[in-house]
Design a protein around this ligand. Structure first.
Ligand code: NDP
Ligand code: AKG
Ligand code: MG
Length: 420
């Protein structure tokens, strides 16, 4: 009998037949969801000989919801995720420059899914534009509820924009709005609480997974009280809450000042040898260069919303592209989580049964792992390795590989199931 997943003190209780809501998504959503759900079902069936099975429950959000109910994000759908805790979704369209605000962002905000977890690793045989893609093995913790991404914006020419601009100029005395008559305005909230909970999640993950370092990525030299504060709050939290489990670059600098560079290097070497997490930071622009030139130096990454958005697509390119980039939006305290691919609705490919379903399949793999269904998750990974290794791939990989056999989205799912 199908049952609900429940949570007790942050620990999930997962029955053998959990109800899991899914949102098919817009654009390529129906193609990739059809392929992904078959693969996930097959992995669970094979791993547990039919003892476990997911009871998928469709919920409507996006174009399909609007067509059927007149609403883009029906309250019923939100209630279903609140009730069943864990959901998985395809991509949802957001119009540019006007129209509805992002439903993807709204889901994250309404359910307070503050962690956007995006692991980036290379699968053997996947084509890449870089020489050593196997050196990329990073896990991005993107803050998911704040920053300029929160959607607090005032359109150019409106009374609201004028009011905000007048306030900034007249009450706050700022002369820095270059063209006050024709500016739109966006607000960038970054809080101590928001920073601390994402950095805490990232350090807990790094410790649990035996990772080596955490890099706080920011543009704090320019945006001092938002991105700069993220860095300072992050270091403070690491030292305060994780004590001798971490060694931070703050501590390194303090040793340099008192005892010199050699002593600081020695302290860092000792910390590494003792298995402590090295907490460091990097300014966002140079970080984007160094993930290309020195990927081995980066491991777990914590950053704000917009940086995390850019970084996740840039890193995905290094390991074969956005067609293979999974993700999850999680609130570790309430137990709510929505698993979703990093990419969007790729409208030009909608309905062609062409695109790579791997991002949603691997988001499902993350979900299985999150549920504690490790055997099924492993089957998905093994079969992905085997299928790509035999050069049976969708168009995105085929165009970068020699002698590949290009298959459709649904055929790629068939191959994965065959190879389990
Ligand atoms: N979480 C979400 O639901 C997200 C939603 N969006 C929304 O999606 C819409 C379209 O955004 P857009 O900027 O075009 O970005 P997309 O990620 O949708 O697509 C950009 C390009 O990425 C490649 N791509 C995307 N998905 C796949 C896949 N599964 N397999 C292979 N290649 C893939 C294609 O490249 P190529 O053309 O080279 O083949 C595609 O043209 C927008 O409305 C945007 O707001 C965007 C990101 C996330
Ligand atoms: O919500 C959207 O339309 C885009 C979101 C996005 O790019 C992301 O979360 O990576
Ligand atoms: Mg994005």
């Amino acid at each position: 009998m199908a049952e609900k997943i429940t949570v007790n003190n942050g620990v999930l209780n997962v029955p053998n037949n959990p109800v899991i809501p899914y949102i098919e998504g817009d654009g390529i959503g129906p193609d990739i969801w059809a392929a992904a759900s078959r693969v996930l079902d097959a992995a669970v069936e094979k791993a547990y000989n039919g003892e476990k099975k997911i009871d998928w429950k469709e919920i409507l959000v996006g174009g399909k919801a609007h067509d059927k109910t007149g609403e883009w994000l029906p309250e019923d759908s939100l209630d279903a995720i609140r009730e069943y805790l864990i959901a998985i979704k395809g991509p949802l369209t957001t119009p540019i420059g006007g129209g509805i605000r992002s439903l993807n962002v709204a889901l994250r905000q309404k359910l307070d899914l503050y962690t956007c977890l995006r692991p980036v690793r290379h699968f053997t045989g996947v084509p890449s534009p870089v020489k050593r893609p196997e050196e990329v093995d990073m896990v991005i913790f993107r803050e998911n509820t704040e920053d300029i991404y929160a959607g607090i914006e005032f359109q150019e020419g409106t009374a609201d924009a004028k009011k905000v601009i007048d306030f900034i100029r007249n009450e706050m005395g700022s002369e820095n709005i270059r063209f006050p008559e024709t500016s739109g305005i966006g607000i960038k909230p970054v809080s101590k609480e928001g920073t601390e909970r994402i950095v805490r999640s990232a350090i807990e993950y790094a410790l649990a997974e035996g990772r080596k370092s955490l890099t706080l990525v920011h543009k704090g030299n320019i945006m001092k009280f938002t991105e700069g504060a993220f860095k300072s709050w992050g270091y403070d939290l690491a030292e305060r809450e994780f004590g001798d489990k971490v060694f931070t670059w703050n501590q390194y600098d303090a040793i340099v000042e008192k005892e010199g560079k050699d002593a600081a290097n020695k302290a860092q070497d000792e910390a590494e040898a003792a298995g402590k997490i090295i907490v460091k930071d990097s300014i966002a622009d140079i970080f984007l260069q160094q993930i290309l030139t020195r990927p081995k130096e980066f491991d777990v990454v914590a950053t704000m919303n917009l940086n995390g958005d850019y970084i996740s697509d840039a890193l995905a390119a290094q390991v074969g592209g956005i067609g293979i980039a999974p993700g999850a939006n999680i609130n570790y305290a309430t137990g709510h989580a929505i698993f979703e691919a990093t990419h969007g609705t790729a409208p030009k490919y909608a309905g062609l049964d062409k695109v790579n379903p791997s991002s949603v399949i691997l988001s499902g793999e993350l979900m299985l792992r999150h549920l504690g269904w490790f055997e099924a998750a492993e089957l998905v990974l093994q079969s992905m390795d085997k299928t790509i290794g035999s050069k049976v791939v969708t168009y995105d990989f085929a165009r970068l590989m020699d002698n590949a056999r290009e298959v459709k989205c649904s055929e790629f799912a068939d191959e994965l199931i065959k190879n389990m």
